[in-house]
Design a protein around this ligand. Structure first.
Ligand SMILES: C[S@@+](CC[C@H](N)C(=O)[O-])C[C@H]1O[C@@H](n2cnc3c(N)ncnc32)[C@H](O)[C@@H]1O
Length: 255
């Protein structure tokens, strides 16, 4: 597992935080809700959820110690931040709502992830996840993987397997059903974020590509990231605009 750098993430997460505000605003927690946030990262979204008037307590978990350390920096009276992996998460106190924003496309065993979230909520409660699905346009991670397997970089990537999993909306519907969840909504949005400058886009990518660049000698990392953003520019027509899909998968545990 890659330990995402929570300090760096929070400093450059304007895009993630913008997505987080929209995601939190679209949730409908029941009155007096206890909410679970899987893959909470730096805790920004967790705090927005905790500030909603219907919510009394939130547990945010993430396997990355650096992310959890950053999340705990900004203490909130109704949030507990704990280390944990969504494929192994268990609780003795079921929640009224479980959510996850942009974490599940980093988890290979999607059925296990959704099964653990189903078991973590009461019968009849909602599990609402949003993440990057498979689309027709190559994703930035697809481009990173193709650069990594090119001859110039391949020696550092022997035995490397993609850290991300992108599945189609139909596959996610099947996965939710296999995990015992009823799908109420599976909506895809095609979004874009203009970083304003190519260097800002590269800085953002440098963090997101940690699982790739940690294999490289430090002095070659910037070159790898620049190569990926150059290639990606051919897909999008810009060296500073990130184009990405978001799938909102709203499900419910049957009564
Ligand atoms: C792009 S960040 C999203 C963080 C936060 N939800 C947000 O929207 O800002 C992806 C997060 O997924 C977490 N993650 C990766 N694998 C995970 C797993 N197996 N279980 C839970 N979280 C995981 C990473 O550690 C990282 O914090």
């Amino acid at each position: 597992m890659t330990d995402w750098d929570g300090e760096r993430y929070a400093a450059i997460a304007t895009l993630q935080h913008d997505l987080g505000r929209r995601f939190a605003a679209e949730l409908s927690p029941p009155q007096g809700a206890r909410v679970l946030d899987a893959g909470c990262g730096d805790g920004y979204v967790t705090r927005l959820i905790a500030d909603r008037p219907e919510v009394v307590q939130v547990v945010g978990f993430d396997p990355s110690p650096l992310m959890i350390r950053k999340a705990r920096d900004d203490a909130h009276p109704s949030i507990d931040f704990v280390e944990g992996d969504v494929t192994a998460f268990v609780t003795t106190q079921p929640f009224d709502l479980a959510v996850s924003l942009n974490a599940l496309h980093w988890v290979v065993d999607s059925v296990a992830a959704l099964s653990r979230l189903r078991e973590a909520v009461h019968p009849g409660a909602a599990v609402v996840c949003q993440f990057v699905p498979e689309g027709e346009r190559p994703s930035i991670e697809d481009v990173a993987l193709s650069v990594a397997t090119a001859p110039a970089w391949a020696p550092w990537f022997e035995g490397f397997s993609a850290p991300h999993v992108h599945r189609t909306r139909g596959q996610w519907r099947d996965i939710a059903a296999a995990a015992g969840l009823v799908v109420e909504e599976a909506t895809e949005r095609d979004l874009a974020w203009d970083f304003g400058r190519a260097t800002a886009f590269r800085t953002w990518c440098a963090l997101g590509f940690t699982s790739f660049t940690e294999r490289l000698p430090e002095e070659r990392r910037d070159e790898f990231v620049a190569r990926v953003t150059d290639e990606y520019g051919r897909v999008t027509g810009s060296d500073q605009v990130f184009r990405f899909l978001q799938l909102r998968l709203a499900t419910r545990r049957p009564e």
